[in-house]
Design a protein around this ligand. Structure first.
Ligand SMILES: *Cc1c(COP(=O)(O)O)cnc(C)c1O
Length: 241
């Protein structure tokens, strides 16, 4: 079993096992937590290994990188998630190609996705990204801003708004990230209580390699895990150049 730890298949098994244990600790059903393998900079051959090991959800940050991967790894049952910063002029190519866009960080972006989705005759599943730490370097709705934007968002019939996503500020330990995860869950509850039609807040996309078990204890339904599955990204970035 130890010999497996160095392989993608072995790491996928370890992560899935940690997900299961965290869910059980929190009295949750493990199937309610979906593992999104965050695969930026990872070559498609390695994604194939992950899919062979049971990964169903792949999360990409950049459209240019994702498109050839989606074409090459054209497997039944694989769902692609867009998790990176999305520029408005790229929206047209993202809509309909990704099962869920996790990173809708402004009303203007939501409106553009709505426009393109309606033009394509579909409803795009999205999550609203929240800037919990108030960090200037990160995008996302401020919590109060989101409450204000909700009525306008609920009018966008090309969007299927399913919940919230956050990338908390870096913390020294996973435990230190817990208050942020809890804050996202409580925000989703508060927004649900606001009672806007067409808006569903049941999905929480939170937790990465260093802290996903804590995020699951606090209610995550998607965890986005890269390094713990594929290893450190540094070398692959080089290889791409
Ligand atoms: C890279 C990335 C992750 C995964 O980060 P790891 O620390 O490697 O697990 C999760 N979410 C987003 C938005 C990312 O860009």
């Amino acid at each position: 079993m130890d010999a497996e730890v160095g392989t993608i298949a072995g790491r996928v098994r370890v992560v899935l096992d940690e997900i299961r244990r965290a869910a059980v600790r929190a009295g949750r059903v493990p199937d309610q937590v979906r593992l999104v393998a965050a695969s930026k900079t990872v070559p498609v051959e390695r994604l194939r290994e992950a899919v062979d090991a049971g990964i169903r959800h792949l999360g990409e940050n950049r459209l240019q990188e994702a498109l050839p991967k989606i074409e090459t790894l054209d497997r039944e049952g694989v769902l692609w998630h867009f998790i990176g910063t999305l520029q408005r002029r790229k929206v047209k190519s993202v809509v309909g190609r990704f099962e869920t866009i996790h990173s809708v960080d402004s009303l203007a972006l939501a409106e553009e996705i709505n426009r393109q989705a309606r033009e394509a005759g579909l409803r795009q599943r999205v999550l609203l990204e929240v800037n919990l730490g108030g960090e200037a370097s990160k995008g996302g709705f401020a919590p109060t801003e989101l409450a204000e934007a909700l009525p306008a968002l609920s009018e966008l019939s090309g969007l299927d708004i399913r919940g919230l996503m956050a990338i908390p500020p870096p913390t020294p330990t996973a435990e230190d990230a817990r208050p942020y995860f809890r804050q996202l869950r409580e925000l989703a509850q508060a927004l649900t209580a606001q009672g806007c039609r067409n808006i569903n807040m049941q999905e929480l996309s939170m937790g990465m390699s260093d802290d996903f078990p804590v995020a699951i204890e606090e209610g995550a339904t998607y965890v986005r895990v890269g390094t713990a599955i594929f290893g450190a990204r540094g070398e692959q970035v080089h290889a791409e150049k």
